[in-house]
Design a protein around this ligand. Sequence first.
Ligand code: TXA
Ligand code: MG
Length: 325
Amino acid sequence: MTIFNANTENIERASQCLKNGGLVAFPTETVYGLGADASNPDAVKRIFIAKNRPENHPLIVHLASFEQFDLWAQDIPESAVVLAEHFFPSPLALILKKRPEVSEIVTGGQKTIALRVPNHPVALELLRAFGGGIAAPSANRFCRISPTQAQHVADELGESVDMILDGGACQIGVESTILDLSGEKPTILRFGQITRSELENVLKTEVFIPEMLATRTIKTAGMMAIHYAPTTPAMCCDSDLFAELLKDEKQKIGVLTCGSNIASTENRTVISLSADSVIYAQNLYAKLRELDALNLDLILVEQPPKNEMWDAINDRLSKATRAVL
Ligand code: TXA
Ligand code: MG
């Protein structure tokens, strides 16, 4: 496996590789995806093996445009049309009723399918060259931190990927917002850069979050308690506890702050992420990876603000860290 510069020639090569049933990692605006031909069950099975992902965890199918949604989904509601007109291409995946001929290998056995049009020139050029749907989860091993650079993919998946297209660092840095439009009420299954109020403003109706629905049966891998996690124990805590824990000079601690100025010491490696949620998200996974490689006893994360702009980050942090008792 080699990392390829994402020029037109290599994108064409990647498209051929997909047509031959290969696995291609490629950049999107959120994180790098591990792509396979979504209409080829054998190719899709290779994704699950490479990631060590259970087969009942459904994949997102990436398409070049909303016009192709009809080939994969049926009974597409008007709300999807409205969202597509307003947002696409964008970090927004829609859950819709799948067409009967779409293999359940892609949808993890579910009757619904996740579809998205990524807003990244390399991803779009690859999708246009390939012509069909590319099933692509984040290109990391199951439950680990998503890759935001080509080298992260090489580190995570190595030889199990046929080609990695290098399109530089991902702009957004956390995975897409997932909105379920297959039920009675539009429901966010995963927070992302596109916020609940942005969706509500465009749809002109209330958008639900899972806590608001009494019963739910939908399985979303990102909803598991531990996900997106470093191998080093990690904790996220508010300022009092954060200050208290920092006094421990014996443990080797990695520290991620959201703006606070804290000095590094011999046993303490401090990385200051931004107080701006957009910049924070861009760098979060790369910095968690950096700290994870240092063989530390603990990664301590300063609790970011709790408002809508930070929903996606707080969601990922709650899954990357263990609860503070
Ligand atoms: O930003 C992204 O969406 C990235 C890039 C590569 O596009 N992809 C990504 O894929 O995050 P993945 O597989 O790591 O996460 C997809 C999430 C999973 O939590 C999965 O359970 C959920 O989407 N999902 C997919 N199909 C679903 C369905 N039919 N119903 C409910 N959840 C679904
Ligand atoms: Mg993932």
